[in-house]
Design a binder for this molecule. Structure first.
Ligand code: NAP
Length: 681
């Protein structure tokens, strides 16, 4: 059987016999893969012009709902993937991380739609005041790049590796070509088949290359984005591609990482935290047979606890039953293939030159339910490096399997120094209850790590663990780890958008951003906005309210009602050395009085007040001053209909501009109201 490529809207077999692919458990050939004959340039053009075109027309809300639908669909058929996943050597838990972790990533990205406008593009940050009279301002918009993403992935998470990337670029409105590592591409192929068959994604938004993609990046243009996950050597080679350099094509690299975990001194043997540390290290060594980019490779422990750690870890590792993941009780499956096993053993042999194995043996171990010599099995190997500042191989050589090195430190400064010898890692963790140590370590190690987990008994139960990149947090690390960033919630999506500064009159910038910019034209001609349904409301619609004379009585009454008797409101003799010249009205009184002025009280489409985004008291208001409100529609955010509601609605943000008798603004706030739509569907 030959696994196929999905290109130009159809499934295509590659030319020739293809590369044979093997079951990691028994070495049986399960099929071949070939990308020969594919025209990469045509695929990229097709993706940009077909998928890109359709995705760019959709708003963030539409893209988010599309992803939610996809995630729900894949979740409903998730069991289809488990059997094929086991061919990669994955246990049930390993497969769960790959399959359901990947689908979870789509859900998480779909939910991010709530942080984006109902537009195909994004408005970044706040406006910049560029002129004295506010007739000329600046802002930033971010539009989807009109190129295509090429995702070049590693072999270890054939599903998660694809889904964590495409959910981000699809949210951004950019199509993708996925190129999984050939070794395990059969599992990615199965997932892509289901995605394509679901018809949920627009045509051309996802293509797949099973087999080599050598040469593809030669066709990249300036609007394309390349992401790479794999070994540093391949990554560096690709990054140096002259076409990428000449066209400034972004290249996001996630490469080898010598992640570490630190046991702090307070987590001494016999404490709960010591046990938490041992459990975490053992888990990270054996989950996915240590083939995780985030796995703990360096175990940094206080000198005086070395023997306890070696012994406790050894005891826990003894419980790691190795074998065919289908057999009950098996805790660790084989590596993904014999080629990987060979590579890992070569690295173990290199490490052995400067440090000793204190647990495990590359030849002598038991395997249940499978032939040890046919499958890619390997036992966990634990090294001890007594002098990690001098023997530095453990900070340089990544053995991508169940292999870690224990090393001692004298004090926390030295622990930081040793952690930093990894020259840049995806993640490190420290187990401690001591907040001072936690702070010192984090501040000392942060510049060399993409993520830091501070683990202790207060969070261990709910902790997602050292090795799990979370969709809402940045994944990626500096230096050796490639210097890239993936996921990270909203930040990940912005990676696929082009940020452009725009300058002009506030009215022009309002019309482009669909957000009212201070100083833009206001439309005061219509009925009160509270009488309008969501669809009838336009950005810029303004209510100019009645005026109110602020009195000392207002201040007294508000103080009585709220209980806020702060001296500046109550005591005129206390104002020396303050900015106030008289008893000043409470800021919250001004805000409340503003509501009294702008609210239209009769029952209408407005359902409720949702909250306040920003509020600034700009100028003191004293008794005798007269205030009024310019109440302007700033932004509209449509909401999805909930099943249990018989109406539809949206959020309208209003700019509340309270001004005084000199026409100067005394308070600015953005309030949110929930307003019904006319249309009930
Ligand atoms: P690899 O050998 O570097 O391959 C990575 C990917 O690059 C594969 O899809 C490979 O395709 C492709 N590739 C190689 N040469 C290419 C070329 N000239 N043009 C286009 N694509 C090319 O890495 P691996 O063995 O699959 O993965 C293991 C490594 O990945 C480990 O070092 C691990 O630390 C790292 N990793 C890092 C992360 C992270 O997030 N930082 C995650 C997982 C793994 P073929 O398979 O067809 O050769």
């Amino acid at each position: 059987m030959m696994f196929e490529n999905y290109a130009l809207g159809k499934w295509i077999k590659g030319d020739g016999d293809g590369t044979p692919l093997f079951n990691a458990i028994n070495g049986d050939e399960i099929g071949t893969a070939s990308s020969k004959g594919l025209d990469f340039s045509k695929m990229m053009k097709y993706g940009r012009e077909t998928g890109g075109h359709l995705l760019r027309k959709m708003t963030f809300q539409e893209r988010g709902l599309m992803l939610k639908k996809l995630a729900l669909h894949l979740h409903s058929i998730k069991n289809k993937f488990y059997q094929t996943s086991s061919f990669t050597g994955a246990t049930k838990i390993d497969s769960w991380i790959d399959i359901e972790g990947g689908i979870g990533n789509i859900f998480a990205n779909a939910s991010l739609r709530k942080e984006f406008p109902d537009l195909p593009y994004y408005i970044d940050g706040k406006f910049a005041k560029l002129s004295q009279n506010n007739t000329f301002i600046g802002h930033h918009i971010m539009v989807p790049k009109e190129g295509i993403c090429i995702h070049i992935n590693a072999f270890n998470f054939p599903i998660w590796g694809m889904l964590e990337k495409i959910s981000v670029n699809l949210m951004a409105g950019v199509p993708a070509i996925v190129k999984p590592a050939t070794l395990t591409c059969y599992l990615t192929e199965l997932m892509v088949r289901e995605i394509i068959a679901s018809n949920i994604l627009p045509e051309g938004s996802l293509q797949l290359i099973c087999g080599s993609a050598n040469g593809i990046i030669d066709h990249a243009t300036s609007e394309d984005i390349i992401t790479f996950t794999g070994s540093a050597s391949t990554g560096i080679k690709l990054k140096a591609n002259s076409n990428l350099i000449e066209n400034s094509v972004p290249f996001n690299m996630e490469a080898d990482s010598l992640n570490c975990s630190i046991l702090a001194k307070d987590a001494s043997p016999g404490t709960t935290n010591f046990d938490i540390f041992i459990k975490e290290v053992q888990k990270e060594m054996t989950v996915k047979a240590g083939q995780k980019c985030t796995a703990i490779r360096r175990v940094i422990v206080p000198q005086e606890y070395i023997n306890d750690v070696v012994s406790a870890l050894g005891k826990r590792l003894d419980k790691t039953i190795i074998g065919d993941p289908k057999v009950e009780g098996v805790k660790m499956g084989p590596l993904a293939g014999l080629s990987q096993k060979k590579e890992v053993i070569e690295k173990i042999q290199q490490l052995e030159k400067t440090q000793d194995i204190v647990y495990g043996n590359i030849n002598n171990f038991n395997v249940i339910g499978a032939d040890k010599n046919k499958g890619a099995f390997l036992a966990p190997i634990l090294f001890l490096n007594e002098n990690p500042l001098k023997n530095t191989d453990c900070h340089e050589i990544e053995s991508f399997g169940p292999v870690s090195t224990i090393m001692p430190y004298s004090d926390i400064d030295q622990a930081i120094k040793i952690a930093r010898l990894g020259k840049g890692s995806l993640v490190c963790s420290i187990v401690t209850n001591d907040m001072k140590i936690a702070e010192k370590f984090v501040l000392g190690a942060a510049s060399m790590h993409g993520r830091i987990l501070i683990l202790n008994e207060s969070c261990a139960k709910e902790s997602t663990g050292h090795g799990s990149p979370m969709p809402l947090l940045k994944h990626g690390g500096p230096g050796r780890a490639g210097g890239g960033e993936e996921m990270g919630g909203k930040r990940g999506i912005l990676h696929y958008l082009q940020r452009t500064a725009i300058q002009g009159h506030p009215t022009t910038i309002t019309s482009i951003t669909k957000q009212y910019q201070y100083g833009a034209k206001q439309d005061t001609s219509g009925i009160h906005t509270f009488k309008k349904h969501f669809e009838e409301i336009q950005v810029g619609d303004t209510v100019i309210t009645d005026k109110h004379l602020v009195t000392l009585n207002d201040i007294e009454n508000f103080a009585d009602l709220s209980g806020d008797r702060f001296y500046a409101h109550m005591d005129e003799n206390s104002l020396e050395d303050t900015i106030f010249t008289e008893r000043v009205a409470h800021g919250y009184f001004i805000l409340s009085k503003a509501a009294g002025l702008f609210v239209d009280p009769k029952k209408g489409p407005v359902l409720l007040n949702y909250g306040i985004d920003e509020c600034r008291f700009i100028k003191p208001v004293y008794p005798g001053m007269v205030i009024g409100v310019r109440f302007t529609v700033k932004e509209k955010i449509s909401q999805e209909k909930k099943e249990d509601e018989n109406y539809t609605k949206g959020i309208v943000k209003f700019l509340v501009d309270v001004y005084d008798d000199e026409n100067e603004t005394v308070m600015l706030a953005t309030i949110l109201t929930m307003i019904k739509k006319k249309n009930k569907l």
